[in-house]
Design a protein around this ligand. Structure first.
Ligand SMILES: NC(=O)c1ccc[n+]([C@@H]2O[C@H](COP(=O)([O-])OP(=O)(O)OC[C@H]3O[C@@H](n4cnc5c(N)ncnc54)[C@H](O)[C@@H]3O)[C@@H](O)[C@H]2O)c1
Length: 305
């Protein structure tokens, strides 16, 4: 990726930092964004050091709270003023404000939608405009979540935002195909400050911090590992090898790599002239009830080697 320029949002720590390091190690120059100025500065330093002088790209920090258009424009302008262009955008910035529906405040809902959904939209729009001007293609790597694919207890705001991001990846892959810009959503699972807030994962995040490797059942069954495990997918999607890969939701975590299906009709029935509630009730029993879909993120399953 030497000569390519990447922008990673929310790269002050966790997955974003791992993505920035992987891209810089592959030779890209990277704008390291975080809403926290100090975190962004220290991360940019870590990215430069991890990349090393040989093949590694340079890194600069740009603090901004992703969400509105001004921040998005500022970030893309920084990539251009610092490195002359923009080739790769990773929209990773994110927060959680978990509450069950009846306890969720307007602010809980709006903050999560603003950071994830609006932030992905505004940053991708600014990047797409620049990439189309350059006329040399590009890569938009969006960030989804298992919660967006399946729903998750307590995550009205987050699941809605991440499902929307998957829908935007599919939409933009069509709109930007002519410009040779690929758009995919990664669906990561990793030990980070974010997953440490989830009780089932907290002990494993702590174990990793103490240097204890994760059990195989967790790395394979749950697809739960380190942020670095997930970075390989972002580096692949940003590379020339992924030229034809677009419009996909791709899972990564621990030892597991997966391709998510999109929602599709699993069963259909037809009624000449249309349906009435009574005929739907009968068709529900005969044709649809056997195919109702599960919800939520399944518990870890044992895995055979
Ligand atoms: N960790 C997981 O297992 C997991 C699973 C699915 C999806 N994700 C997604 O991956 C992304 C990164 O998650 P993580 O686990 O590394 O979280 P994290 O909390 O460790 O890191 C998120 C970073 O984003 C920054 N940030 C938050 N709001 C911002 C904003 N408005 N503008 C700029 N920066 C902002 C934070 O300061 C922080 O440095 C998020 O989008 C998250 O939803 C993570």
């Amino acid at each position: 990726m030497t000569g390519k320029v990447a922008l990673v949002t929310g790269a002050g720590r966790g997955l974003g930092l791992a993505y920035a390091i992987a891209l810089a190690r592959a030779g890209a120059d990277v704008v390291v964004n975080d809403l926290d100025e100090e975190l962004a500065q220290s991360a940019a330093k870590a990215v430069s050091e991890a990349a090393g002088p040989a093949a590694g790209g340079r890194a600069v920090a740009q603090a901004a709270a992703v969400g509105g258009s001004e921040a998005a424009d500022l970030l893309v302008e920084r990539a251009v003023s610092e490195f002359g262009r923009l080739d790769i955008l990773v929209t990773n910035a994110g927060i959680l404000r978990d509450r069950v529906l009846w306890k969720m405040s307007d602010d809980d809902f709006d903050d999560v939608i603003s950071t994830h959904l609006r932030g992905t939209f505004t940053c991708a729009r600014a990047a797409a405009r620049r990439m189309r001007e350059q006329g040399e293609g590009g890569r938009l790597v969006l960030v989804g979540s298992p919660a967006g694919q399946r729903g998750n207890f307590g995550q009205t705001n987050y699941a809605a935002a991440k499902a929307g991001i998957a829908a935007m990846a599919r939409t933009w892959s069509m709109e930007l195909a002519k410009a040779d810009i690929t758009v995919n959503a990664v669906v990561p699972v990793a030990a980070t400050a974010m997953t440490e807030t989830i009780p089932a994962f907290a002990p494993y995040v702590e174990a990793l911090r103490q240097g204890t490797p994760l059990p195989d059942a967790l790395r394979k069954g749950e697809g739960f590992g380190t942020a670095e495990d997930c970075a390989a997918l972002v580096a692949f999607l940003a590379s020339d090898a992924a030229r034809g890969v677009t419009g996909q939701c791709i899972g990564i975590g621990g030892d597991k790599l997966s391709l998510w299906s999109h929602p599709q009709e699993v069963n259909t029935a037809y009624a000449d002239g249309g349906w009435r509630p009574e005929t739907i009730a009968a068709a529900w029993r005969h044709s649809l009830a056997g195919a109702t879909q599960t919800v939520g993120i399944p518990a870890p399953q044992p895995v055979e080697a």
